[in-house]
Design a binder for this molecule. Structure first.
Ligand SMILES: [Zn+2]
Length: 420
């Protein structure tokens, strides 16, 4: 029979179909002589053994090999042995080439569809994926970012710590938890951590505590987006307060214009939306809106001194009574004063500019990765071959310098997968 299999040491003798798979029947050559490793005498033929192994799909159907091999037995110690087949994976009932195909595809397709295509169980695909991840962990290394972004995000059923390279816009690492117990040992072992110059992060005590200890040459800056978000939330809180009072007394269009005002920045509002209704009906809310806007405007100041002056002026503009959410914001800024105003010390504005892109990416990953463990979601993202190509490939000595997967490319890929 024509050798469809192209596997050394076996010969195809028959094929048939069984429950959605092609079964190839093959026999192993029995010309070899076996010497017992214990007794050093030749072993004798002792029947045959038949085993099934999964192989790469053919004609879009899963393939199983049914291989018959001779058995040999030692007359003295009764040891039984069968000839080894070099093309088999040593850990699984599968050919090496099938394991290779699964390794190549498992990070870019779903484990379920790989299992369906190959006829092996989802668990086997999972195990092969985990072996691959372990190998990648040992071999893949990204350059430690000089300008590092650290964010806490909800991913794969928990709060994870996402580390990015803000200078190159690459993903650097996704740690399982954003707690000191996870961060400390990780940062302690991080190569070149003395090269980190800036760390941009949210208002998170665990990161702050690790930071001082492990990044001796870095300055910390609290991400602008985390700070202005508090102002947006303060306005929202005020809005809720007034909306409750409104419900019966005012017309529906008052409500509507509040929503317009609070959602949109002034440049997007028509003059009518901006002024007329809300300012007349609820001046307090119009004032809260302006408070939010003038707080945002602090970040437009050209230098630290002007920003600090603008903050002081903003603080004074708050009334003695009410506006509690904004007064809490004052407290937060005062508590993290140096790290917030460090924004103006950097040679260029350091923000998690791609945070927005990253947040969209995390949302899509959570949707796509439903049912996947943190480990697999991390690997699918962090080891994405296509996204790793962008901006990498510079050689330093013998080593190829890599910065991690490029975030916009990851986002593009995730969007495509999300549509399919
Ligand atoms: Zn023996």
């Amino acid at each position: 029979m024509f050798d469809l299999l192209n596997l050394p040491g076996i010969k195809l003798v028959d094929m048939y179909k069984e429950s959605g798979a092609l079964i190839f029947v093959a026999v192993a050559g029995n010309s070899e002589k076996f010497i017992c490793p214990n007794c050093k005498i030749p072993m004798h033929r002792h029947g045959t053994r038949k085993n099934k192994f999964s192989d790469i799909p053919l004609y879009i159907e899963p393939v199983r090999l049914e291989v018959q091999r001779p058995r040999f037995r030692c007359e003295i110690c009764k040891k039984i042995t069968i000839p080894e087949l070099s093309f088999l994976d040593h850990k699984r009932r599968a050919t090496k080439r099938l394991v290779d195909v699964i390794r190549q595809k498992c990070l870019t397709t779903t484990l379920r569809s790989l299992a369906d295509q190959t006829g092996v169980s989802v668990n086997t695909v999972k195990n092969i994926t985990h072996d691959l991840i372990q190998d990648l962990k040992q071999t893949v290394r990204y350059e430690t970012p000089i300008i590092m972004g650290i964010d806490e995000v909800s991913l794969a059923g928990g709060y994870r710590c996402v580390i990015t390279n803000l200078a190159t816009n690459n993903l650097f690492e996704v740690l399982e938890e954003c707690t000191q117990n996870h961060l400390k040992p990780y940062f302690k072992e991080l190569p070149d951590r003395e090269k980190v110059e800036w760390v941009c992060t949210g208002i998170s005590p665990p990161i702050k505590r690790c930071f001082a200890e492990f990044f001796p040459n870095a300055k910390m800056v609290i991400d602008k987006f985390h700070v202005v978000k508090i102002a947006s939330e303060a306005l929202k809180e005020e809005q809720m307060k007034y909306q409750v009072q409104l419900s019966k007394d005012y017309q529906i269009n008052v409500k509507k214009s509040i929503r317009w005002m609070t959602l949109k920045r002034p440049e997007n509002l028509t003059p009518a939306e901006h002024k007329a209704i809300v300012r007349q009906q609820i001046p307090e809310l119009a004032f809260a809106y302006e408070c939010k806007e003038s707080f945002f405007a602090i970040y437009n100041e050209p230098d630290k001194q002007h920003a600090q002056i603008a903050f002081e002026a903003w603080k004074k503009s708050l009334p003695d009574e009410g506006m509690e959410p904004f007064k809490r914001l004052v407290k937060t800024v005062n508590n993290h004063y140096d790290d917030i105003f460090a924004y103006w010390d950097a040679p260029f504005p350091i923000t998690n500019t791609q945070t927005e892109g990253l947040n969209v990416l995390i949302k899509i990953l959570n949707r796509l990765g439903r049912g996947y463990s943190y480990e697999i979601v991390r690997a699918k993202t962090l080891y994405s071959a296509e996204a790793r190509k962008v901006g990498s490939g510079i050689r330093s000595g013998n080593r190829k310098v890599e910065y991690g997967p490029h975030i916009p490319t990851l986002l593009k890929q995730a969007e495509i997968r999300n549509l399919n």
